[in-house]
Design a protein around this ligand. Structure first.
Ligand SMILES: [Zn+2]
Length: 270
């Protein structure tokens, strides 16, 4: 690869973050940073060492989750870099950092930086403000939208399963580029990975239909049937993803829900 891309992985490993969040630094003389990562002293120190006083021209973020933007304000103060982002991202970012507007610039279509073209691709689903960034013919930074080590969590209300599936179909059109995710290793065959993830979602919808054919249930009981071996730490996240699947299936008119004793009970739509 002719473009210099360095990955610096933060020390926030865990059940939802794999080895930790990946921060990517692009360039040689002048730099672009994608996803500053979590607010960790050691991660900040590793980024600072790698930058080594070189000018950082631009910071891009894939989405507003704190394991990706915790260091954003510190990095802006260190480097004077501007955060280039879409209006949707700016709105979310100001919820997290109300005073950061002076450090931002609105991103319009592609960025050209030191002869490198970077195309933002809107990819909502995991988060409503999620973007992937593509360097044509080289790589796509896929954030939390597509990861090799795990499926993506879709947590309501900001997550949306229908949008996530649409965004998977959108990114799967790019088969030439290597995918560089927000957590875990690079994905060489991105097209295949997108197909696996779409197949996984279809399998999950079919499984929910089978479960509901037996009995009408709430999201919690459906989750317990699907994720028999899941740890207690992850069951809440799993339930939110199941709820997102149920919403998407309601939109497709496969199932319906009714409110009984303050909880939603789901059933097959006949
Ligand atoms: Zn995330």
């Amino acid at each position: 690869m002719s473009i210099n891309i360095k990955v610096i992985t933060a020390d926030n490993s865990g059940p939802t973050t794999n080895n930790g969040t990946n921060t990517y630094v692009i360039g040689d003389q002048e730099l672009i940073i994608i996803d500053p990562g979590p607010r960790s002293e050691s991660h900040f120190s590793n980024i600072r060492k790698y930058i080594n006083n070189r000018p950082v021209k631009m910071i891009l973020i894939t989405h507003h989750h704190l394991d990706h933007i915790g260091l954003l304000a510190d990095l802006c103060n260190l480097t004077d870099a501007k955060i280039y982002l879409d209006k949707i991202q700016l709105k979310k970012l100001l919820e997290v950092y109300p005073n950061i507007k002076n450090h931002t610039k609105i991103l319009n279509k592609s960025i050209i930086f030191a002869n490198i073209i970077i195309e933002p691709i809107y990819s909502p689903g995991h988060a409503s403000d999620h973007f992937c960034f593509r360097i044509p013919g080289e790589v796509i930074f896929t954030g939390d939208h597509i990861m090799g080590w795990s499926t993506t969590m879709i947590r309501k209300p900001d997550g949306d399963m229908g949008q996530y599936i649409q965004s998977l179909n959108k990114i799967s059109e790019y088969s030439k580029e290597i995918f560089l995710p927000g957590h875990g290793n690079k994905i060489v065959d991105g097209h295949k990975r997108c197909k696996e993830l779409i197949d996984h979602r279809n399998k999950r919808s079919n499984q929910i239909l089978q479960i509901l054919e037996e009995k009408d249930l709430d999201a919690h009981d459906i989750t317990k049937i699907i994720y028999k071996k899941i740890s207690k730490k992850l069951i809440t996240y799993a339930e939110l993803t199941v709820e997102a699947s149920l919403d998407e299936m309601i939109n497709r008119k496969l199932i319906k829900r009714k409110s009984v004793d303050n909880k939603y009970i789901y059933s097959i739509r006949t």
